[in-house]
Design a protein around this ligand. Structure first.
Ligand code: UD1
Ligand code: MG
Length: 467
């Protein structure tokens, strides 16, 4: 693009039909607020800056902006009260330089592709330095949208809002998407001429078309086919429909890369899923944050995996929950996890580790070939190669004030139902007898049995329930 683009994002509206305490533009689509998707699009265009117009829920929206906008220069301006879309853009104008083009986007229209906007901007540029360009789409059911009114030669004359339209105008099917591009200097002048003499008593952004036409400036419509790209979110039903549509886009891209999805309609990616060759994903899996699946990885049905790296040929059996949060989780090559396993932040599993059903691992490192196959907890532990960790065993890593480490050296066998009271080190090759409560370090190669002495109370009467 030859010219500089500033993006104005309208995000002051109420979104009454969402019936949510969260402002509409912060409702999540694929795990990211709607406004985040729009800012991503602006970033994709290499915009000079984004000006976000806030109003309803302004504090919440502005608090979310630094994280959502990230490296894109941004500013927030408040529109109070909300007197319409034209009034909203007027609030942004003091932040914009005359030199440059303003692209107006809606904070609740998340699926516009940067390529589409780039095409709109080049349509604007090629129509002349003063031209106004509108993004339009033809809809069989245009109810609620502003209609594009064209003259006898097809030239754009104005946009009429549903509530102001005559029956003949309502029959028009080319609608305004809410997205336009105009030279900032011109837009400023047109906005200053807006009035609110219409059915809704609002300052309509769409009236700039009339002023541009009156000024003899070219007005061009860049018409697209995919209504999804300009679909707004006004209700939970629309949000859900866009969610499925976006997920389908993601699933189709994965299929095209060669990832075998058992059912592309039953996959949810709420972040970034990076897959190697020969990856297989069964139904109803949810991926969040950044997840990497190495070559030959198999993911069973009903897994939730967040912020994790699964290395080559590892198998994640059904109903496994992995959440690396900020510290991440790594699962080594050829490891086998689950079914029903839970891996928490800071878990680092080496190659060929086995974690079985109802095993929880947190902030622990397990070296190659270590196994914890049933009903166990490993927290803040360093586990050596080939360790076998028995059913029902736990690390008592927390004394109520601080967390302590457990070190289990290579080739240790921990029997069933052991309590390892940290800090403690189990020497290499040792065996811990079933039911032991280990409070002291154990020497390498030794058998340690540390059980409480049995207590027997003869003739003891079990308390009875009062009737
Ligand atoms: C608008 C267009 C309509 C178009 C439709 C596309 C106008 C007058 N009409 O109608 O031609 O077909 O979008 O979806 O522009 N907003 C503010 N401040 C306000 C009012 C709205 O920031 O005072 C924001 C909303 O939060 C939303 C956007 O502007 O992000 C569009 O507002 P909305 O009320 O949805 O406009 P529509 O009536 O749908
Ligand atoms: Mg709308």
């Amino acid at each position: 693009m030859s010219h500089t683009v500033d993006v104005v994002i309208l995000a002051a509206g109420k979104g009454t039909r969402m019936k949510s305490a969260l402002p509409k533009v912060l409702q999540r689509l694929a795990g990211r607020p709607l406004l985040g998707h729009v800012l991503d699009t602006a970033r994709g265009l290499a915009a000079r800056r984004a000006v976000v117009v806030t109003g309803h829920g302004a504090e919440q929206v502005e608090a979310a902006l630094p994280a959502l906008a990230a490296d894109l220069p941004w500013q927030a301006v408040r529109q109070q009260p909300q007197w319409g879309t034209g009034h909203a853009v007027q609030q942004a104008m003091p932040c914009l330089d005359d030199e440059g083009v303003t692209l107006v986007l809606s904070g609740d229209v998340p699926l516009t592709r940067p390529e589409t906007l780039a095409a709109l901007l080049s349509a604007q540029a090629s129509a002349g330095p003063d031209a106004l360009a509108l993004l339009t789409v033809t809809m069989a059911e245009p109810h609620g949208y502003g209609r594009l009114v064209r003259g006898a030669d097809g030239e754009v004359q104005r946009i009429v809002e549903e509530k102001d339209a005559t029956d003949a105008e309502r029959a028009l099917t080319e609608v305004y998407s809410g997205i336009l591009a105009a030279p900032t200097r011109r837009l400023r002048a047109w906005l200053s001429r807006l009035d609110n003499h219409n059915a809704q008593g609002e300052f309509y952004l769409t009236d700039v078309v009339r002023h541009a036409v009156a000024d003899g400036v070219p007005v061009v419509a860049h018409r697209i086919d995919d209504a999804l790209e300009v679909a707004g979110v006004n209700s939970p039903a629309q949000l859900a429909a866009l969610e499925r549509a976006l997920q389908r886009r993601v699933a189709d891209a994965l299929l095209a890369q060669g990832v075998r999805l058992a059912d592309p309609a039953r996959l949810d990616v709420r972040g970034e899923l990076v897959c190697g060759q020969d990856v297989e994903i069964d139904v109803n899996c949810v991926f969040e944050g950044r997840v990497e699946l190495g070559d030959g990885v198999r993911i069973g049905a009903h897994c939730v995996i967040a912020n994790a790296r699964i290395e080559a040929s590892a198998v994640i059996e059904p109903f496994t929950h992995i959440d690396g949060e900020r510290s991440g989780v790594t699962v080594g090559a050829h490891a086998r996890i689950g079914p029903f396993a839970r891996l928490r932040p800071g878990t680092r599993l080496g190659p060929e580790v086995h974690i079985g059903n109802f095993v929880e691992v947190k902030n622990s490192t397990l070296a190659a070939g270590a196994k914890a196959n049933h009903l166990a907890y490993l927290g803040d532990a360093t586990v050596g190669e080939r360790v076998n960790y028995g059913a029902g065993s736990i690390t008592a890593n927390y004394d109520g004030a601080s967390k302590h480490r457990t070190v289990i050296e290579a080739d240790v066998h921990v029997g069933s139902n052991c309590v390892l009271v940290a800090p403690v080190t189990l020497g290499a090759g040792g065996t811990i007898g079933a039911g032991s409560t280990v409070t002291k370090d154990t020497p390498p190669g030794a058998l340690t049995v540390a059980r409480a002495k049995p207590v027997t109370v003869p003739n003891w009467q079990r308390p009875r329930k009062a009737r």
